[in-house]
Design a protein around this ligand. Structure first.
Ligand SMILES: Nc1nc2c(c(=O)[nH]1)N[C@H]1C(S)=C(S)[C@@H](COP(=O)(O)O)O[C@H]1N2
Ligand SMILES: [Mo]
Length: 256
């Protein structure tokens, strides 16, 4: 059986539903849409793009590249170091005593050393980083799938979002980011401790940074100290799911 009719049907469907139709169709089909704090801070267009990308794209993979595509110079952006005293102590000790805290709505909170993280399953991927400011770079990232870390901590049934607390700040306001569980368990979502076959450089977020490959640069949290599972983002920062979301109204869902 050919799958051509299916494709045609889907294409016809996609071109035939208007914005109103899509909105009606995508609304209400899962628990997320019943989360008032979540719906409340997404703009109408952002909410639609989130729902349509989830509905059409499903768990699609971001494009992966080859060694030949690697950018000779992957620039840094945002903070290139952190002020948190705990992070500074760890940095001075080569992160030998660093522990990633995994807590919040989990059955078994964790405090994982880099050695423990490196002993877990690992994934290496060559992907393109797209910054909202208009530059892109291709890099090779190695890390532990976030899913493996979350499985180890055992999410509670009411966990809905994963929050990444970072060691750096802008004028005293800590950097943080958050993603939903679809992205958290996506196979290309990793906590990277390696870049381009070496340790993750300080400027790129040592010792650990997020790669969530289907979203823009500001979601790729650097200098991660703590991962928190929550049911709602309302009580974190100013409640919009991330530093730039709070201070500059960036979209929480920054799908590429
Ligand atoms: N903790 C933290 N994470 C961060 C930032 C930051 O300033 N602090 N900047 C973000 C932005 S806007 C981009 S484009 C990327 C830059 O990553 P790079 O420095 O590895 O290029 O990190 C993102 N993650
Ligand atoms: Mo960015």
């Amino acid at each position: 059986m050919s799958d051509r009719p299916k494709i045609l049907t889907r294409r016809r469907f996609l071109t035939s539903v208007g914005v109103g139709g899509s909105a009606a169709l995508v609304a209400g089909c899962d628990a997320l849409s019943r989360s008032p704090d979540f719906r409340g801070f997404l703009g109408t267009g952002e909410w639609l793009s989130y729902r349509i990308q989830r509905f059409v794209g499903g768990n699609a993979l971001a494009r992966e590249f080859t060694e030949a595509d690697l950018s000779p110079d992957f620039r840094t952006n945002g903070n290139t170091s952190a002020r948190d005293p705990e992070w500074r102590t760890h940095a001075a000790q080569g992160f030998a005593n660093y522990r990633l805290a995994v807590d919040g709505l989990v059955e078994t909170p964790q405090a994982l050393s880099l050695a423990e993280l490196k002993a877990m399953p690992s994934r290496t991927q060559i992907t393109r980083h797209d910054c909202v400011e208009g530059w892109s770079a291709i890099g090779k990232w190695t890390g532990v799938p976030l899913s493996a870390v979350l499985d180890r901590a055992q999410l509670s049934p009411n966990a809905r979002f994963i929050v990444f607390h970072c060691a750096d700040d802008f004028r005293g306001t800590p950097y943080y980011e958050s993603i939903d569980l679809v992205d958290a368990f996506h196979p290309q979502t990793i906590l990277a401790y390696g870049m381009n076959d070496g340790d993750l450089p300080t400027g790129h977020g040592a010792p650990l940074r997020l790669r969530v490959e289907r979203q823009l640069g500001y979601k790729q949290a650097k200098f991660i100290m703590r991962i928190e599972a929550v049911a709602s983002l309302a009580a974190i920062g100013q409640g919009r799911g991330g530093f730039w979301e709070d201070v500059s109204s960036y979209n929480w869902y920054a799908g590429i």
